[in-house]
Design a protein around this ligand. Structure first.
Ligand SMILES: Cc1cc2nc3c(=O)[nH]c(=O)nc-3n(C[C@H](O)[C@H](O)[C@H](O)COP(=O)(O)OP(=O)(O)OC[C@H]3O[C@@H](n4cnc5c(N)ncnc54)[C@H](O)[C@@H]3O)c2cc1C
Length: 373
């Protein structure tokens, strides 16, 4: 929608094809119905890609301030929830309505309930759809990633890339809860507990809540780490960030309190009881041996967790991987080897952190292509 409007404003005859009954369904369900539409701290460092520099040019060409200005001009109220994350105050529909209004202003023709069956290229592109065939000079593929298939996600974009011989980076679900390798028995007892933690995966560390689920862990810190997690690797979790437990316990040795009592002031009780049931020595802290103290610290400051898998496409917010950035111009998003063919948004191998970065990439890459087609 955003790319179509940008192209339309330049006087291009623009057609938007969407197989759902309305465009922008992911926007509608995003941010818990309030769409975290950008992040004011966006830089290229908030993205995962085989080429971490690729997104720089588009992000510089269309910044969070640019999108905020558009949102303001449409009198959509918003607020910063935390960490630079901007959300609609009312509902995410407003963003879709804003983008549709931009399309109307730019005379974009929108065809919904239109599924694309085939794409060919000679001097122009021919797009065969359930509503007939269309010809165009430029084709922008903005089909998104594979997550949330129930609202219309498909692999069409990846198929078009492959059809034209473009390289792909393997796709996998991300910003997604993870499933314990050890099975659900323990997890069920802990489900619902949230703990402010520092979560590290592949040399990246995120400090936010973790949330125990019936099968493993979720919560913002885990979703962030899932962008960097690879199967077979441990994730390290510090459930008392900023506190060196060895030091803290040694300094508290004079207190007349059991280890469980002491921890209970700092961690949720249900979690402490679970740790005790699983071998944490429950005795007065003055009686703990140095080895016991370092074992407790290892369990809490550096809990190493092995996950079996992610919760998959139905729960993932985004797709890691996609059309290789090697194939695309970072200035225009055009395929270097296929003039006129563009890829923007999540279908490209650029994946943002949780917190509005994925939409900012969608707007910025759409803007780059919309100015070029
Ligand atoms: C539950 C959830 C919450 C999210 N919340 C946020 C958030 O708050 N902030 C944030 O930054 N990101 C969020 N994201 C991620 C964000 O929604 C996406 O990264 C973003 O929508 C990608 O934009 P896009 O235009 O590339 O693709 P999409 O928004 O997925 O749009 C692709 C469009 O192409 C259509 N399409 C697909 N296949 C075909 C086909 N074969 N024929 C015709 N049309 C087709 C789809 O129906 C869809 O309308 C969330 C994602 C999910 C799943």
């Amino acid at each position: 929608m955003f790319c179509a409007a940008e192209a339309g404003k330049r006087g291009r005859r623009t057609l938007l094809l969407e197989h759902n009954a309305q465009p922008g369904r992911k926007i509608i369900i995003s941010g818990g119905g309030r769409c975290n539409f950008t992040n004011i701290h966006t830089t290229h460092e908030n993205f995962v890609s085989a080429n971490p520099h690729f997104c720089k040019s588009a992000l510089a060409g269309y910044t969070p301030d640019d999108f905020i200005e558009l949102v303001r001009s449409c009198r959509i109220e918003y607020f910063e929830k935390k960490l630079g994350q901007l959300f609609c105050r009312e509902r995410s529909h407003q963003i879709v309505e804003m983008l549709m209004a931009e399309c109307r202003k730019a005379k974009v023709v929108v065809k919904t309930n239109c599924s694309v069956s085939n794409v060919e290229k000679d001097d122009k592109f021919t797009i065969d759809t359930s509503l007939g065939s269309f010809k165009c000079e430029s084709l922008v593929v903005a089909t998104g990633g594979l997550s949330f298939p129930k609202i219309g996600a498909t692999d069409l974009g990846y198929r078009i890339a492959k059809q034209f011989g473009l390289k792909m980076v393997g796709t996998r679900p991300s910003l997604v809860p993870l499933v314990f390798e050890s099975g659900p028995a323990d997890a069920i007892k802990l489900a619902g507990i949230a703990v402010d933690s520092e979560v590290s995966a592949c040399k990246r560390t995120f400090r936010e809540n973790i949330l125990f689920t019936h099968r493993g862990l979720s919560g913002p810190a885990i979703l962030q780490a899932s962008n960097y997690w690879h199967q077979g690797e441990d994730i390290s979790i510090d459930m008392l960030p900023g506190m060196d437990l060895v030091d803290a316990l040694n300094q508290s040795r004079h207190e007349k309190i059991t280890l469980a009592g002491w921890l209970g002031h700092r961690l949720p009780n249900r979690l402490v009881q679970h740790l005790v049931a699983n071998g944490l020595p429950n005795k007065p802290i003055e009686m703990l041996t140095p080895k016991e103290i370092s074992d407790v610290a290892a369990k809490i400051n550096e809990w190493r967790v092995r996950f079996q898998k992610t919760e998959g496409w139905d729960k993932a917010e985004v797709t890691l991987g996609g059309v290789s950035t090697e194939e695309l111009s970072s200035k225009t998003m055009e395929a270097k080897r296929v003039p006129g063919l563009y890829f923007i948004g999540e279908v490209v191998d650029v994946t943002g952190w949780l917190g509005g970065y994925n939409f900012q990439w969608a707007w910025a890459s759409a803007h780059a292509a919309g100015k070029a087609v």
